[in-house]
Design a binder for this molecule. Structure first.
Ligand code: ADP
Length: 469
């Protein structure tokens, strides 16, 4: 079996993302080339400077030498001059004496009679004109340059001294091993400095701890990025917490629903079993059947409320205009049998107001509030429903003359399955979900709900909702 270890061209480290460039590699290469270029340029510049100063010094020295020689020839006859020059202890220097007409009187290197007219030589012409002249003739082949210095001796002659010296190429050649050594040192230094700098730049980046972005002291330029990462991390944490809370609530809710359903089912099962076994006297059968019907009715209400809550959980609140006065009137009419069974007087004092929401949720909210008020009202009491516009909102209040809700439980009554007096609430057929549905519905419209005390001592439930514009 052959296994390919090659990475396809353009393949990314992680799927879909383009291959990342290495900052360390790029900075290292850039720094290395840059420092190499700078150092090599510096060495070349230093070499060029020292060569040009060597050239200047050689010129000055030869000119000074020529001047001294010329001074010793002043006032002498041509013959004396030649003799003086012949006696000079100069070994590496070529001495030439040129007469005013250009003929060569004397040359230390070559027989003077073989040399032609020298008056046109640049250094000689220059000496004639300004007293002295210097010329460097570069040789391309020999690796040697010739330096000429000419000084006029009175009006009659020009003395010229010539010296061969190393050309630039041979100058560099002589410095060969020093140059090679310095290039090796430069290379090593560049390599070392670039690695050090790259490490210094990259290390703070590698050490960034993304679990605590704001604790990092990397670079000021990275601060906005780290702040953003920190924000996102917090958002993620909050979302996670919220998710956890939702999961816990849902688990609790499912447990509560099962528990709430078990009780009526046990009651129904128990009564049915007694009737099945024939232990219930015939005259008691209608009572038992009534008990069974009541429990099944309770289960139906429970299922309705659970479904209403899960619908609210899933929906986004809706944005249809809902006329609140008409909704209150419809609910009061639906609950009329219950209120008249307790001889209650339900008063409606509603302004025309429109809220934005899901019509079925709004009506369910009013229904639950009025149903509770009727439920907890004493016989022949008064239940009042009020709708008022208040600023940019609408306030719905439902008050009764019942026992009210103790201050310390005014928040808790909105919890799912919370009941102030659970045995009494179950007797009244309550599911413990009515006010949870009210709160959920109000909040899904952007509203709030709270429990107040009614003037007569009963409960007053107040819902604030934003008015539809
Ligand atoms: P339930 O179906 O048991 O009425 P709710 O969620 O509607 O459940 O109400 C929660 C609890 O708040 C009730 O069990 C009851 O104790 C209390 N409560 C609600 N409305 C009133 C009211 N108008 N007067 C007195 N107590 C109330």
């Amino acid at each position: 079996m052959t296994r390919s270890t090659e990475t396809p061209r353009g393949a990314a480290g992680s799927e879909g993302a383009p291959a990342a460039k290495s900052l360390a590699r790029r900075s290292f290469i850039t720094l290395f080339l840059l420092s190499l270029a700078v150092m090599v340029t510096a060495v070349l510049a230093a070499t060029a400077a020292s060569y040009s100063s060597y050239e200047r010094e050689a010129e000055d020295y030869l000119l000074a030498q020529t001047r001294t020689c010329a001074a010793s020839l002043e006032g002498k006859s041509a013959q004396d001059m030649v003799e003086t020059l012949q006696a000079l202890p100069l070994t590496d220097t070529r001495v030439t004496l040129v007469a005013a007409d250009g003929t060569v009187h004397y040359d230390s290197a070559v027989d003077a009679s073989t040399l032609g007219d020298h008056s046109q030589r640049a250094e000689i012409a220059q000496a004639r004109e300004s007293g002295q002249g210097v010329l460097l003739r570069r040789s391309q082949t020999l690796g040697k340059d010739t330096l000429y210095a000419a000084v006029s001796v009175g009006d009659e002659a020009v003395l010229r001294l010539a010296e061969t010296r190393a050309s630039l190429a041979s100058f560099l050649g002589r410095m060969g091993w020093q140059l090679a050594l310095s290039l090796v040192v430069i290379f090593a230094l560049s390599l070392f400095a670039s690695r050090l700098l790259t490490r210094m730049v990259v290390r703070p980046l590698q050490e960034i701890d993304l679990t605590r972005p704001l604790q990092n002291r990397a670079y000021a330029e990275l601060q906005p990025l780290l702040i953003r990462v920190d924000e996102q991390r917090r958002e993620l944490e909050d979302q996670n917490d919220e998710l956890q809370r939702a999961v816990t609530l849902r688990r609790e809710f499912t447990g509560n629903v099962s528990h709430e359903m078990k009780t009526p089912l046990q009651v129904i099962g128990g009564y049915a079993e007694l009737m099945e076994q024939g232990v219930v006297p015939a005259q008691d059968v209608p009572r038992f059947a009534g008990l069974i019907r009541r429990e099944s009715e309770h289960m139906r209400l429970l299922i309705d409320d659970v479904l209403a809550l899960s619908r609210l959980d899933e929906s986004t609140g809706g944005d249809e205009p809902v006329a609140l006065r008409q909704a209150c009137e419809r609910v009061a009419a639906r609950l009329e049998p219950a209120s008249s069974a307790k001889s209650l007087r339900v008063t409606l004092d509603c302004q025309d107001a429109v809220v934005k929401g899901l019509p079925s949720s709004v009506e369910q909210m009013v229904y639950n509030l009025l149903d509770n008020a009727i439920e907890y009202s004493p016989v022949a009491g008064v239940v009042s429903v009020q709708v008022r516009g208040e600023g940019d909102g609408v306030v719905l209040t439902v008050s009764d003359q019942g026992p009210g809700i103790p201050d310390e439980l005014k928040e808790r009554v909105f919890e799912r399955f919370f009941r102030v007096d659970s045995s009494r609430s179950r007797d009244t057929g309550g599911t413990g979900l009515g006010l949870a549905i009210v709160k959920h519905a109000a909040e899904s419209m952007g509203g709030t709900v709270e429990v107040l005390d009614a003037p007569g001592g009963g409960a007053c439930l107040r819902v604030w909702m934003p008015a539809a514009s």
